[in-house]
Design a protein around this ligand. Structure first.
Ligand SMILES: NC(=O)c1ccc[n+]([C@@H]2O[C@H](COP(=O)([O-])OP(=O)(O)OC[C@H]3O[C@@H](n4cnc5c(N)ncnc54)[C@H](O)[C@@H]3O)[C@@H](O)[C@H]2O)c1
Ligand SMILES: O=C(O)C(=O)C[C@@H](O)[C@H](O)[C@H](O)COP(=O)(O)O
Ligand SMILES: [Zn+2]
Length: 353
């Protein structure tokens, strides 16, 4: 893998080194409106960022769209970027996905560096080269695989992250636990999300990002094994797209990690029914998710729309919905299928438990 993931000890020094190893005739920093306020102050006076131009987009997934992408391209053009310029993405997964795509396409590609500021982007989104935007009501419908040159991971940014976004990122860590081994999974279920111990979390973050790096290094373009990282996402992305479309006025759509947590419930159910995953371990995981993530209000009248959304999953082939399932913790089965009836049963289980 071309990308270097660095668990930061001194962000200023590491960023200076990272920049020096990238093309960098002009420097740009991409933030969203929130990371501009909360995270930029932690790096703004770094000597290595002297003269860097800041581009800012709206925050959260409702802005992970063509309009924001065009705004970044425009900002790069207005700031005189050429193919030797460098973009530093300072934010959560929305910023690293969109900024990564903007950098990968601007003048056919400039170097970029990710500085993830949410738990989710630290353990998952900033690593592994999946970049893109939502389009046509579908998650990450347009994008490219392209690695940032560096990921600089500094958990000090988590100090300002709210409870819901902490839980959202933790769902991807739970996914990493389920696809890796029983010990990691069991440790994750012990963690108290209502009263997080940040030292313990830091150790869990380092272990979690290693799971992602290991899978990506063996299958960077998702030809096979990488589909393990999509566990929970066939249902999860359908829930997320559904919520982006139907969320009530004045109410935010569900966060990506919450959608993944709900997707894990459905895909654990399918794993028990179809591939013999132990039902007690499913029950323990489902209990943790229900206790920590609540639920998402859908009715059986929504099933057809959710299944229609699953028909757009990027793992699908020849119109057949593709699932990643488990027959045990750490034992991943890719390219699994389910009938519409089984999908409905999984949604019934999600609603009724
Ligand atoms: N590329 C991948 O492999 C990959 C993996 C997982 C998820 N994703 C994508 O990542 C996105 C979700 O990422 P996310 O959960 O980081 O959401 P996000 O980027 O929308 O950030 C969540 C919220 O937290 C704010 N924020 C960011 N850092 C903060 C900080 N340090 N303090 C206070 N507030 C802060 C943001 O402004 C935003 O309002 C989704 O679009 C998802 O599809 C991509
Ligand atoms: O890195 C991967 O591979 C993943 O699937 C990680 C997921 O957590 C992430 O949400 C990813 O963006 C989903 O990719 P997609 O190809 O299903 O859009
Ligand atoms: Zn995800």
């Amino acid at each position: 893998m071309e990308q270097r993931v660095i668990i930061s000890r001194n962000l200023e020094t590491e960023l200076a080194i990272a920049i020096s190893e990238c093309e960098h005739d002009r420097l740009f920093v991409l933030t969203d409106e929130v990371t501009h306020e909360q995270c930029l102050p932690l790096v703004n006076n770094f000597f290595c960022l002297k003269g860097a131009k800041v581009i800012t987009i709206g925050s959260t997934d409702v802005h992970k769209n063509l309009e924001s992408l065009a705004h970044v391209w425009q900002g790069l053009d207005d700031g005189g970027a050429d193919r030797h310029s460098c973009l530093i993405n300072l934010g959560g997964g929305m910023v690293t996905d969109l900024g990564g795509f903007a950098a990968s396409t601007f003048k056919r590609g400039i170097d970029f560096i990710n500085i993830p500021t949410t738990l989710l982007s630290m353990v998952d989104a900033s690593v592994g080269g999946k970049t893109g935007i939502n389009f046509n009501g579908l998650k990450n419908e347009v994008g490219v695989f392209n690695d940032s040159k560096f990921v600089l991971l500094d958990t000090r940014f988590l100090r300002t992250l709210d409870d819901k976004n902490l839980r959202s990122g933790y769902a991807e860590m739970l996914k990493h636990g389920l696809i890796s081994n029983e010990k990691t999974w069991a440790d994750l279920l012990q963690f108290d999300l209502s009263n997080p111990d940040y030292d313990q979390l830091q150790a869990l973050v380092a272990a979690s990002v290693k799971v992602k790096e290991k899978v990506v290094s063996r299958d960077p373009n998702e030809k096979g094994l990488r589909k393990a990282l999509n566990y929970g996402h066939t249902f999860g992305h359908a829930f997320e797209s559904f919520s982006l479309k139907h969320h009530a006025e004045g109410e935010a759509p569900i966060l990506h990690g919450y959608a993944v947590a709900y997707g894990l419930i459905c895909e654990l159910f399918l794993s028990v029914v179809k591939t013999g995953f132990p039902s007690e371990q499913m029950r323990q995981t489902v209990r943790f998710i229900r206790d920590n993530y609540g639920s998402f209000n859908i009715s059986c009248d929504d099933y057809d729309e959710l299944i229609a959304l699953m028909r757009h999953d990027k793992k699908n082939m020849s119109g057949v919905i593709n699932f990643t399932l488990l027959d045990a913790i750490g034992d991943v089965l890719i390219n699994q299928t389910a009938t519409d009836e089984e999908i409905r049963e999984a949604l019934d289980f999600f609603r009724e438990g």
